[in-house]
Design a protein around this ligand. Structure first.
Ligand code: GLN
Length: 545
C-alpha cells in the first residue's frame, strides 16, 4: 500500500527540509520499508539547469539525465535510492505540460484553471510510479505563505482527502528561535506558520522544530496546544555537528516512531541504525586529517559544490580521516605569480578543479593544474577540470600555446570542442546552436570502458562503469596523439570508443581527470571509488618540493 508523507517548511527558509526528508527516508528504510523521495519546486523555471549556481546552488543530475534541485542529492546520499526525472517537479514543468495539452485540445474546450487543471497535474506528478514503494516522501520547496507554493499546498490538501488520513501524513518543519534578550525559546513564529498552513486547509500531524537548544516541556505543551498537535508529535530537531548525524538524532526524538504510529505500523523492534552510527563515529573520531584545495569559481556559495563537498567527505570516511577544505577562488590565483602559488598551493595535500562554465577563472585553474603536475601533488580534475588539464598539458608541455576550448572563443587549436552530435543508446542526439538552452547538454549516465592499466581501473575494480554527465564540450580526439606525447593518456572512453572520458598521467602519483561528475554517485556508506582513492593518495603522497 503506497503511503504519502508531505514535508512543508515554515518561518524561514534554509532549515534543511531536504536533509529532514532524506533522514526520514533513511529511518523508514532502517525499519525495513522501501521509500521514494520527491521534490516539488514552486519556481517557474522548468528545471534549474539554466539557473546560476550563485542563485540556486548545485544542479544535481540524475542517471536519466534530468537537471534537478540539489535536494535530490541529499535523497540519494541518505537512502541510496537512485532518483529519476519524475522526482523533481516544478511549477514551470507542470505549466508547460498543461499548456501543451491545452494547445493540443485535450481539455475539450474547457477553461483551463489552477484548480482543477494545475492541481490535477501536480497530483498525478506526485502519484506517478509510487505503487510499488511503501512510502513516498514529498518535499514542498519554499516556505508556507509563498504565493508560488499555493497550488502545491492545494494539491496536497486534496490528496489527503483522496488518499485518506491513514495513508497520508503532514510534517511541518519550523524554527523555534532562542531570543537572548528574553532568555527564552519562542514558539510564536511556529504558531503563526501553522496558522498559515491551517488557512490553506492543512493540519500538520507532526511538527519538526529546529532549535539550537533543547525545547522544554512547557514550550512543547504550548506548541501542541496552539498548533492542535499531540504533544508527542512535537519533535525537537536540534543542530548537530554533521548532517549524517541527523537520522540518529531524529530517531532519538521519536520521529520514525510517531510516523509509523500514524500509519498504524507500530513495531516493537527498533530500526537498524548501525550504518549511521558507524559514519557518525568515523566523522567525530577521525584517525587523521588531510587538506584538499578546491579551485573553483563559485566558492562563496558552498551549495554550488554540494555533492562534491560531500563526496570528498565520503572519501575521508573511507580512509577514516577528516577532510579540511580550502575553497580557493580561481581568479585569485591569477595574480601574485609563482610565490603566491607556492604559498597557497604547497600546503595542500590534494588539488581538485571541479566542473564549471565560462572562461572566468580558467587561467587560475590552469596555473593550479600545472602546479599540481609539476609538484606531484595529487590532482583530481572533474569535467571542466579535465578539459583544462588537457589544455594545460598541450600548452605547457607540448608547447601548443593556442590550445584552448571553443567554449572560450575561436582558436586555431581546439583541444576541447563543442560537440554537435553524439549517441545515447541507439539514438543520435543533436545540438542546435541558438536553440533553447535548457537540456541541450550531454546529460545523465553513459557507459564508459576503462583500460586495465590505470589508476581508475584500480579504484573501480571494474572495466565498465556508468557515470553522470553535464557538459557541451568534449576533449577533441584529433589531438590525442599530441596529448600522449605530453604524458597524458586517455584511459577511459565511452563504450562505443568515440568520446574520451578519463585521462591520467603515468609520471605522477595521482593525476586523474574525468569528463563526468563522479560526485553525484557517492554515498556516505558507499564512498565513490575515485574519491576514496584521491584521498588515499593525498594521505600517502610522495612530494617533490
Ligand atoms: N563548460 C564545460 C562544458 O560545457 C564543462 C561543464 C562542466 O564542468 N560541467 O563542456
Amino acid at each position: 500500500m503506497a503511503r504519502f508523507i508531505f514535508v512543508t517548511g515554515g518561518v524561514v527558509s534554509a532549515l534543511g527540509k531536504g536533509i529532514a526528508s532524506a533522514s526520514l527516508g533513511a529511518l523508514l528504510q532502517a525499519r525495513g520499508y522501501t521509500v521514494l523521495l520527491r521534490k516539488l519546486e514552486p519556481y517557474i523555471n522548468v528545471d534549474p539547469g539554466t539557473m546560476s549556481p550563485f542563485q540556486h546552488g548545485e544542479v544535481f543530475v540524475t542517471d536519466d539525465g534530468a537537471e534537478t534541485d540539489l535536494d535530490l542529492g541529499h535523497y540519494e546520499r541518505f537512502t541510496g535510492v537512485t532518483t529519476t526525472r519524475f522526482d523533481a517537479v516544478s511549477t514551470g514543468g507542470i505549466y508547460s505540460d498543461v499548456i501543451a495539452k491545452e494547445r493540443r485540445g485535450d481539455y475539450l474546450g474547457a477553461t483551463v484553471q489552477v484548480i482543477p487543471h494545475i492541481t490535477d497535474a501536480i497530483k498525478s506528478a506526485i502519484l506517478k510510479n509510487t505503487k510499488d514503494v511503501d512510502f513516498t516522501i514529498c518535499e514542498i520547496g519554499g516556505t508556507v505563505g509563498d504565493i508560488e507554493g499555493l497550488p502545491f499546498l492545494e494539491a496536497i490538501r486534496q490528496l489527503r482527502n483522496d488518499l485518506g488520513h491513514r495513508n497520508s501524513l503532514f510534517v511541518h518543519l519550523t524554527l523555534v528561535p532562542y531570543i537572548s534578550t528574553a532568555g527564552e525559546l519562542k514558539t510564536k513564529p511556529t504558531q503563526h506558520s501553522v496558522k498559515e498552513l491551517q488557512s490553506k486547509g492543512i493540519q500538520p500531524d507532526i511538527l519538526l522544530c529546529r532549535s539550537d537548544r533543547s525545547i522544554g516541556m512547557e514550550e512543547r505543551r504550548k506548541l501542541a496546544l496552539f498548533c492542535n498537535i499531540k504533544p508527542e508529535c512535537v519533535i525537537e530537531a536540534l543542530d548537530v555537528s554533521t548532517t549524517y548525524q541527523v537520522p540518529i538524532s531524529y530517531h532519538e526524538q521519536g520521529l520514525d516512531r510517531e510516523v509509523c504510529r500514524h500509519f498504524g505500523l507500530e513495531s516493537k523492534t527498533a530500526p537498524d541504525l548501525k550504518i549511521w552510527e558507524r559514519i557518525a563515529e568515523t566523522l567525530t573520531r577521525p584517525e587523521g586529517d588531510v587538506t584538499i584545495g578546491i579551485i573553483g569559481k563559485y566558492v562563496e556559495l558552498l551549495d554550488a559544490y554540494k555533492s562534491l563537498h560531500q563526496a570528498l567527505i565520503h572519501g575521508g570516511i573511507a580512509n577514516k580521516v577528516h577532510v579540511n577544505f580550502e575553497w580557493i577562488d580561481a581568479s585569485s590565483l591569477e595574480e601574485g605569480g609563482k610565490a603566491s602559488l607556492i604559498e597557497r598551493l604547497m600546503p595542500l595535500h590534494g588539488i581538485l578543479v571541479p566542473g564549471g562554465f565560462g572562461e572566468r577563472g580558467t587561467k587560475g585553474k590552469i596555473a593550479a593544474i600545472q602546479f599540481a603536475r609539476e609538484h606531484k601533488i595529487p590532482f583530481f580534475g572533474i569535467c571542466l577540470g579535465m578539459q583544462l588539464a588537457v589544455i594545460e598539458a598541450l600548452r605547457n608541455i607540448g608547447n601548443f600555446k593556442d590550445a584552448n576550448s571553443t567554449e572560450f572563443g575561436a582558436t586555431s587549436l581546439p583541444a576541447v570542442a563543442l560537440m554537435r552530435e553524439w549517441i545515447k543508446g541507439e539514438v543520435v542526439q543533436k545540438y542546435f546552436p541558438g536553440a533553447d538552452l535548457g537540456g541541450t547538454m550531454r546529460l545523465g549516465a553513459y557507459e564508459c570502458t576503462l583500460n586495465q592499466d590505470s589508476k581508475s581501473y584500480e579504484s573501480y575494480q571494474n572495466t565498465v562503469i556508468f557515470e553522470r554527465h553535464r557538459h557541451r564540450y568534449e576533449v577533441n580526439t584529433t589531438y590525442l596523439e599530441e596529448l600522449e606525447k605530453c604524458g597524458f593518456y586517455i584511459v577511459g572512453k565511452t563504450t562505443d570508443g568515440l568520446l574520451p572520458e578519463i585521462a591520467e598521467r603515468k609520471d605522477h602519483p595521482w593525476f586523474v581527470a574525468v569528463q563526468f561528475h563522479p560526485e553525484f554517485k557517492s554515498r556516505p556508506f558507499k564512498p565513490h571509488p575515485l574519491f576514496k582513492s584521491f584521498i588515499e593518495a593525498a594521505l600517502n603522497q610522495n612530494r617533490l618540493i
